[in-house]
Design a protein around this ligand. Structure first.
Ligand code: HEC
Length: 109
């Protein structure tokens, strides 16, 4: 009896430890999305952009989003509208782009 309680406690702790990095990342991503001005242009929900020609990004694939963030930051992506966003990309590091892309993937499309 005591033994199985300990086993359950150990299993629960292991589960929490396994879950926490992802939980921390998505929390960071959510915060970064507000503090790094992303929400200003793309909308709080990622699908109500301030300009009709700005993209909806909510629910987009994580890997695709991360690549676009890197490319807009580096200038490799240079579409008609990307200059507008490039101006804020000095605010975000590689780690922050990772967290943002993970958060954006969790937003309801
Ligand atoms: C000043 C307005 C502005 C801000 C601030 C801004 N963006 Fe953008 N974003 C744009 C525009 C405009 C585009 C379209 C660029 C193009 O035409 O290539 C874009 C494109 C994107 C794309 C690519 C979408 C696709 O479908 O390919 C992603 C992802 C994105 N933004 C995420 C972010 C994140 C994350 C932040 C915060 C770090 C951010 N944006 C801040 C205006 C902005």
């Amino acid at each position: 009896m005591t033994h199985s309680v300990i086993k359950a406690a150990v299993a629960t702790t292991a589960l929490l430890l396994a879950l926490s990095p992802a939980a921390v990342l998505s929390a960071d991503g959510e915060k970064l999305y507000q503090t790094k001005t992303c929400s200003t242009c793309h909308g709080k929900d990622g699908k109500s952009p301030i300009m009709p020609m700005y993209p909806k990004i909510a629910g987009q694939n994580q890997a695709y989003t991360l690549q676009q963030l890197k490319d807009i930051k580096s200038g490799a992506r240079n579409n008609g509208q990307s200059a507008a966003m490039k101006g804020v990309m000095h605010l975000v590091s590689d780690d922050e782009m990772q967290a943002l892309s993970e958060y954006i993937a969790t937003m309801a499309p």
